[in-house]
Write a protein of this length. Structure first.
Length: 175
């Protein structure tokens, strides 16, 4: 049974798994609790007046919150199966350097070169700081939240979503 407790900022995807979520949309509607039974979703407002069922805005907010919790649950399950730690959004926190290089090589830029080719050219540039060059060449793993990843993303105009996707694709690469 899925449930949301708005004041606690948590959602249960089942009776054993609870995840922190943003419940501000429900709180703005005065909804404290959402439960699910055979008839569907039901709501409790503050002050408690009994369950309600026909709150369209509440249903939309609840489904978005349940989707967020489910995404976190899938990341948890993937981490359990693979031993790879994922962020709350399901993005791997780190990938091996080989996985990162292979994922960058698969991204083709408008000029026809790969992202890996472009990053390697940037690393060969005399103006690139030596510490960045060393990190790129010698790192065993690349952390999603690392300054080097942020610098490469900025240098090549990659959005957070594009970098997240690189990590998601990279973790799938096995040798």
């Amino acid at each position: 049974m899925r449930q949301i407790i708005a004041s606690e900022g948590v959602a249960f995807v089942d009776s054993d798994h609870v995840y922190p979520v943003d419940t501000s949309a429900l709180q703005a509607l005065g909804i404290e609790f959402i439960g699910e039974d055979k008839k569907g979703l039901w709501y409790e407002r503050v002050p408690f007046r009994g369950p309600e069922r026909d709150i369209e805005a509440g249903r939309q907010a609840a489904e978005a919150i349940f989707a967020e919790a489910q995404q976190k649950h899938q990341a948890f399950l993937a981490e359990e199966q693979t031993g790879v730690e994922h962020s709350d959004s399901g993005v791997p926190r780190q990938v091996s350097s080989f996985q990162a290089f292979a994922a960058m090589d698969a991204v083709i830029l408008p000029d026809g070169s790969s992202l890996l080719d472009a990053v390697e050219a940037y690393m060969e540039d005399p103006s690139t700081p030596k510490i960045e060059k060393l990190a790129f060449r010698k790192a065993r793993d690349f952390e999603r939240a690392s300054p080097l990843v942020a610098k490469i993303a900025s240098q090549f105009g990659l959005t957070d979503a594009q970098v997240d996707n690189l990590f998601i694709e990279a973790i799938k690469i096995e040798v």
